[in-house]
Design a protein around this ligand. Structure first.
Ligand code: FES
Length: 121
């Protein structure tokens, strides 16, 4: 495993992201609620640049099978990444794919040391 200093803590505000290349691999560093996460910029659907997509929220659906009604509620504002190719959604805090249960963005350990953000591959 190799470690790479990719940013300073003060370089990114909450909600920011930074795209970087490490060992020929595109990585996206996200800052959300003061925490950093790093994911490979690769969508599990068809390999699109998922981490370059818009950051939004998502619609949660509740189904009433007796009444045959659907209720939609907007949630996770600022925490959902939308792949620019076909719109698959990913939860930024966990990397979970919201469009395909059980799938995730490839993630990488991140730590902060002396004001620097260090990603391990
Ligand atoms: S490649 Fe990302 S949604 Fe299709």
């Amino acid at each position: 495993m190799s470690e790479h200093t990719v940013a300073t803590v003060s370089e990114l505000e909450d909600g920011d992201r930074k795209l970087i290349e490490i060992e020929g691999r595109e990585i996206a560093l996200f800052r959300l609620d003061g925490e950093f996460r790093a994911y490979t910029n690769w969508c599990i659907h068809q390999g699109g640049p998922a981490c370059e997509g818009s950051i939004t929220g998502t619609s949660d659906a509740e189904f009433d099978r007796d009444e045959l009604q659907t209720e939609l509620q907007w949630s996770k504002e600022g925490e959902v990444l939308n792949c620019p190719w076909h719109g698959w959604e990913y939860d930024i805090p966990t990397g979970d794919c919201l469009s395909k249960e059980g799938a995730k963005l490839p993630s990488h350990p991140v730590r902060v040391e002396d004001g620097d953000v260090v990603v391990s591959l």
